[in-house]
Design a protein around this ligand. Structure first.
Ligand code: GLN
Length: 477
C-alpha cells in the first residue's frame, strides 16, 4: 500500500510506463497474505517488484521504450518475471528506459525522460518538471523543463523506482552498464551478475553476447535475496549455466586480511571528478586499514573498450533489429504498395535516430569488405580485454575496486545537449569492460557529493564470484 502511495505521488518522475491492473494487484496481495497466514510464505512473498520494459510480460504491454513496440503485448513472460512470481513477489509495473536499452541517461525512450528522485531532496520545486513525460498530468506537461538531475540509463526507471521507495527490487538489463550506472546516480545497489547466471529468455535483446538481467535494490542483502531467488539454469536460454552456484551468501564476519583488492590504474581516466577520486582513495584506504591487501594493478586494454563495445554493439543491433519490419513484428506504417516502402516507412517511424544510426553503422561494419577490419578485429580486442581480467584475477587479486561513474548525476540540459554517442563514450568507460569479459560487477552507493547527490563505487570479481562481491559490498555498505 505504501509503495502504491509513493508510486502515485511520484508520477512526475516518469519512472513507470505501465502499472499492474489494480484488481490483479489486490488478488496477488490477498494470495500473499494467505501464504503468510498459513506459514507458507516463499522467499519473495508479497514483495513489490518492477521490471524494465524490456522484459516480456503477458499481462501488460512490453514496449522496450520504442514506438516500434508500442502496442505489443507478448504471448509469454520472461523467465525473470516467472521466477520472481513463483517466489511470491508481486509485480507492480514496468519501468521506463532508453529505446531498446540504447543510452546512458533514460532520455532517449518514446515515453519521455526519467527524473532522478534525488531532485526532491536537492532542488526547489520549480525546477522539478519533466517535459514530454507521458504519465504526468496536463499542467505538468506544459511547464518548461527545469535543469534537473537525470536518473542515468538505460534502466533509469528501475533505479528511480527503487530509490523512490515505490518497490523493493527492480530488474534492469546491463549490456554496457545500464543497471550499474543509473543505480549509481540514484543511490541504490545495482548488480550485473556473471553472464549466463540469470536467464535472458524474454529479455528483448540488445547485444546477445553481453546482455545480462540486472538486479536493483536498496541494500546489498536485498540484492542477494533476489539473486538467490532467480539465479540458475533455464532450458529456454542455452547460455545459462547448468552448475548451481547457489546459495550466494554474504559472510558476516569477513576476514579482510585474506582479501586482495586490485585498483586498476586505467580506470583513473579523463573526466573523473575530484569527489569520485577522493571516495575511491578513501575506500581503498579504509579497506587497507581494516587489513585487506590493496595494490595497484594494470589492465592495459581498458582504453580500447568503448570503441570495441560500439563496433560489437552496432553489429549485433543490426542483426537484432532486422525482425522489426512492420510485417512480422512492430509498427506498420506507409502504404502497402511495395514491401520495401513499407519496411522503410515502418522502420523510419518506429525507431529513433539512435537506433537507426546503430543499425546503419552495424550494417556498414558487417559488409563483406569491412567484416574482417571491424567485426573480427573488435572480437579480437574483446579477447584482449577479457584476458586483462583473467590475468589480474590469476595474479591473486580477489576483487577490483573502481569508480562506476565519472561524476554524480549530470543535469538534464547538459546531458541532452550532447549526442548519444558522446554521452555513451563518456558515461560507459568504467562499466563496459565487465560486460566484455562477462564478469560480475556491482555498484554500491557510499557517499554524497557536495551537491547532495549519491556517489557510488564499483566492485568487479571473477566469473561466479557473486558471493565475494556481495560480501565486500556488504562490508563497505
Ligand atoms: N549506454 C550503453 C549503450 O547505449 C549501454 C547500454 C546497456 O547497458 N543497455 O549501448
Amino acid at each position: 500500500k505504501k509503495c502504491q502511495d509513493i508510486l502515485k505521488k511520484t508520477r512526475v518522475l516518469n519512472m513507470y510506463v505501465n502499472e499492474t491492473d489494480p484488481e490483479q494487484l489486490s488478488k496477488n496481495l490477498q494470495a500473499s497474505s494467505q501464504a503468510y497466514a498459513q506459514e507458507a510464505a516463499k522467499c519473495l512473498e508479497g514483495i513489490p517488484v518492477s521490471f524494465k520494459d524490456a522484459f516480456c510480460t503477458s499481462d501488460m504491454p512490453t514496449t522496450c521504450g520504442s514506438k516500434m513496440l508500442l502496442n505489443y503485448t507478448p504471448p509469454y513472460d520472461a523467465t525473470m518475471v516467472t521466477r520472481t512470481q513463483e517466489n511470491g513477489a508481486i509485480v507492480i509495473g514496468k519501468t521506463n528506459m532508453d529505446e531498446f536499452a540504447m543510452g546512458s541517461g533514460s532520455l532517449d525512450g518514446c515515453h519521455g525522460p526519467v527524473m532522478n528522485p534525488w531532485n526532491f531532496a536537492v532542488l526547489p520545486a520549480a525546477d522539478r518538471h519533466v517535459q514530454g513525460a507521458n504519465n504526468v498530468s496536463e499542467d505538468t506537461l506544459s511547464v518548461e523543463p527545469g535543469d534537473w538531475f537525470i536518473s542515468g540509463g538505460s534502466s533509469g526507471g528501475s533505479a528511480a523506482a527503487v530509490a523512490s521507495g515505490s518497490c523493493l527490487a527492480s530488474f534492469g538489463s546491463d549490456t554496457g552498464g545500464s543497471t550499474r550506472l543509473p543505480a549509481s546516480f540514484c543511490g541504490v545497489v545495482g548488480l550485473k551478475p556473471t553472464y549466463g547466471l540469470l536467464s535472458r529468455h524474454g529479455l528483448i535483446p540488445l547485444v546477445n553476447s553481453m546482455d545480462a538481467p540486472g538486479i536493483i535494490t536498496k541494500t546489498v542483502e536485498d540484492c542477494s535475496i533476489v539473486l538467490n531467488a532467480v539465479a540458475g539454469h533455464d532450458v529456454m536460454d542455452s547460455t545459462t549455466v547448468v552448475e548451481s552456484y547457489k546459495p550466494f551468501e554474504i559472510q558476516e564476519d569477513i576476514d579482510l586480511s585474506k582479501l586482495h583488492i586490485g585498483i586498476p590504474k586505467e580506470y583513473h581516466g579523463p573526466g573523473l571528478s575530484g569527489e569520485v577520486l577522493r571516495l575511491w582513495q578513501d575506500t581503498a584506504d579504509n579497506l587497507e586499514k581494516a587489513g585487506a591487501r590493496v595494490t595497484q594493478v594494470s589492465m592495459p586494454h581498458t582504453q580500447l573498450c568503448i570503441t570495441c563495445y560500439h563496433v560489437l554493439c552496432c553489429c549485433e543491433v543490426a542483426s537484432n533489429m532486422a525482425r522489426y519490419d512492420g510485417i512480422e513484428f512492430g509498427l506498420r506504417e506507409g502504404s502497402e504498395e511495395s514491401t520495401e516502402e513499407l519496411y522503410a516507412a515502418s522502420r523510419h517511424q518506429g525507431f529513433n535516430d539512435v537506433v537507426r544510426s546503430r543499425i546503419l553503422a552495424g550494417n556498414f561494419f558487417l559488409l563483406k569488405r569491412n567484416y574482417e577490419k571491424f567485426f573480427l578485429k573488435a572480437q579480437r580486442v574483446r579477447r584482449l580485454i577479457s584476458n586483462d581480467f583473467k590475468n589480474v584475477f590469476r595474479s591473486g587479486v580477489d576483487v577490483l575496486l573502481t569508480p562506476i561513474s565519472l561524476t554524480d548525476a549530470p543535469r538534464y540540459r547538459w546531458f541532452a545537449n550532447q549526442d548519444n554517442h558522446t554521452r555513451c563514450e563518456e558515461q560507459d568507460v568504467l562499466s563496459t569492460p565487465a560486460n566484455m569479459a562477462g564478469v560480475p560487477a556491482i555498484s554500491i552507493p557510499l557517499s554524497l557529493s557536495s551537491q547532495g547527490l549519491p556517489l557510488s563505487l564499483q566492485l568487479i570479481g571473477p566469473h561466479f564470484s557473486e558471493s565475494s562481491l556481495l560480501t565486500v559490498a556488504g562490508w563497505l555498505e
